[in-house]
Design a protein around this ligand. Structure first.
Ligand code: LP5
Ligand code: MN
Length: 244
């Protein structure tokens, strides 16, 4: 691969202790691949879940933080948009890992083009139960109340919630759990029709070509890292999907 100026995009790694090979693959990706980029953008769900920044001392979190810190020390800027699993990643984590948190969505200008970035869960508007849940847990009042509980209790609650979410998902259709086309169109209009839109969450990697109000947009969906890692590479010629 040529080494012209480029940025990389990943999401949905779901790092956790039960899949140490994925953590190893991520750290190797940072050391061998991301190191050659100008910037790395993590578009949510870096962790299987994040119970609050007081979980920073846990072993997996420490090794991830150290690897991200090493990357930034080598001159690669790293940015992170929250996912539905790790929206409680806060300023303490960002400072420790030397990364910059970006709002969801974020409109950037990269290699001469507007590029829109998001995790993607907010676009799954047909999933009414999830959107209600999302609205509640993203409120500052709910988060303050949740974070005031002991770390052990928060982790236990999240484990229960994972069971509930898995049960509920088994009754939802694939269509309901995908992004809603109208929600995508509204977002693209609100952001002045960016030619590139990159997001994750659905774990359905694909390059969608959209024509909207006479504008062309590529919607790139990132893949997850459950079995094998994948990433997008963007340079002045456009986007390319890459497998590890
Ligand atoms: O993550 P994924 O892709 O498997 O599923 C999501 C939606 N589910 C979630 C829940 C998370 O997976 C749970 C872990 C997040 C930890 C966050 C840490 C912060 C603390 C939060 C603690 C409350 O996001 C799933 C979507 C799917 O994406 C596709 O888009 O369908 O949504 C759900 O399944 C949510 C349910 O439909 C509604 C849940 C109602 C829960 C009510 C409270 C139950 C409390 C049980 C505990 C005692
Ligand atoms: Mn997600």
């Amino acid at each position: 691969m040529n080494q012209r100026a480029h940025s990389l995009f990943i999401s949905d790694l779901h790092l956790c202790d039960s899949r140490p090979n994925i953590t190893q693959a991520f750290i190797a990706f940072l050391q061998k691949t991301a190191i050659k980029a100008q910037a790395l953008y993590i578009l949510g769900d870096l962790f299987e879940y994040w119970p609050g920044d007081d979980a920073i001392d846990i072993g997996l979190h420490q090794s991830t933080i150290q690897a991200l810190r090493n990357l930034s020390q080598q001159g690669v800027s790293t940015f992170l948009i929250h996912g539905n699993r790790d929206f409680l990643l806060g300023d303490s984590f960002a400072k420790a890992a030397n990364i910059t948190l970006l709002p969801d969505p974020s409109l950037l200008h990269l290699y001469g083009k507007p590029v829109l970035l998001s995790h993607g869960d907010a676009l799954c508007t047909d999933d009414i139960a999830y959107q209600q849940f999302r609205h509640e847990v993203r409120s500052p009042a709910w988060q303050n109340q949740f974070l005031s509980q002991a770390l052990n209790n928060r982790i236990a609650y999240i484990e229960q919630l994972r069971i509930k979410s898995t049960q509920e998902k088994s009754h939802k259709s694939m269509l309901i759990m995908d992004v809603n086309t109208d929600a995508v169109a509204t977002l693209l209009r609100e952001n002045a029709y960016p030619p590139l839109f990159i997001h994750g969450h659905t774990h359905r990697p694909y390059q969608h070509f959209i024509e909207l109000d006479g504008h062309q947009c590529e919607r790139w969906v990132l893949g997850d890292w459950y079995e094998q890692g994948s990433y997008l590479r963007l340079d002045a010629d456009g986007c390319q999907s890459q497998q590890l």
